[in-house]
Design a protein around this ligand. Structure first.
Ligand code: 1HE
Length: 261
């Protein structure tokens, strides 16, 4: 286990083929200041090739309290747009970076923290997790991609309700609504996220690319264009030597069968 990079805002630890990125501002509930958002972008743009999957977690009692409100000072409209676009670039680097990303959630997953979690590919929440978009009550709007990504997880109606009324979803209701795909006992989100990331790291790279870069684009396309993109991706995946070897291994009885838990 090596911690390869550490700033005041985050750390990067390489555990085999998995990069563990930790938000390290627990005294500020991991509120995301400019240095942290730029740090996230930097980490995901510069992951070394041996890394095949990543996990994001937050140090302390909460995953992330969202935008660091102390930096929301005297920005004018143009400054605000550039700030939002900075978040978009950073969270695009998470979603469309080199590897699938699993977030390990606990405590507050609110505002920009929910926007960050929404940019990851799999969310694992423990029972202490709660989700909210307090931007509504602060008189502001989401700016880190939340209006695009959150409705894709839980629908426009839920996001509208959260922002208009300040509604908070607890861990159980949040999992049912679609914020998280896994719900685990308190304190176990990181272990489960690491377990999933280690499994993901063993997939064929083409499969991981198809799921992280191509599937979300297909979901945004018309059905006709989506089917065409699917056919192209399917042909590329099937023609890769690794796919041929994996299929051969199954046919020769050397690969796992699908089993229910
Ligand atoms: C912060 C922030 C923050 C905490 N910016 N400093 N997000 C919010 O509106 C959520 C605001 N935070 C909270 O509702 C609560 O802090 C929590 C539910 C997350 C945690 O509660 P708790 O009781 O554990 O901690 P605390 O005592 O409220 O906070 C500890 C310290 O962190 C305290 O500072 P201190 O100097 O008094 O110790 C808090 O002020 C500080 N802190 N959250 C700055 N967010 C790209 S656009 C995205 C737009 C948004 O994300 S808006 C939503 C912002």
């Amino acid at each position: 286990m090596t911690t390869t990079r550490m700033t005041d805002e985050l750390s990067l630890e390489i555990r085999g083929a998995v990069a563990l990125i930790r938000l390290t501002r627990p005294a500020k509930r991991n509120a995301i200041n400019d240095a942290l958002v730029l740090g996230l972008r930097d980490v995901f743009e510069n992951l070394s090739p041996e890394v095949k999957a990543a996990v994001i977690e937050g140090e302390g009692e909460h995953f992330c309290a969202g935008l660091d409100l102390s930096e929301l000072s005297e920005r004018d409209a143009v400054g605000g747009m550039h700030h939002s676009r900075m978040w978009h670039k950073a969270l695009d680097a998470v979603q469309f970076g080199p590897v699938p990303v699993v977030s390990a959630l606990h405590g507050a997953v609110v505002g920009g923290g929910l926007e960050l979690a929404s940019a990851t590919h799999i969310r694992v929440a423990d029972e202490s997790t709660f989700y909210a978009l307090p931007e509504g009550s602060r008189g502001i709007f989401v700016g880190g991609g939340g209006s695009v990504r959150v409705p894709r997880l839980v629908g426009v109606a839920r996001m509208t309700d959260m922002m208009l009324t300040g509604r908070v979803y607890n861990a159980q209701d949040g999992e049912r609504a679609g914020f998280a795909q896994y719900l685990v006992p308190a304190g176990q989100a990181l272990a489960k996220a690491m377990e999933l990331a280690e499994k993901i790291a063993q997939n064929a790279p083409t499969t991981n690319f198809a799921l992280t870069h191509v599937l979300p684009r297909i979901a945004d396309q018309t059905a006709d264009h989506g089917l065409m993109t699917e056919a192209l991706m399917a042909a590329i995946a099937q023609s890769a030597p690794e796919a041929k070897e994996r299929v051969k291994a199954f046919l020769e009885g050397r690969a796992n069968k699908v089993r229910k838990d």
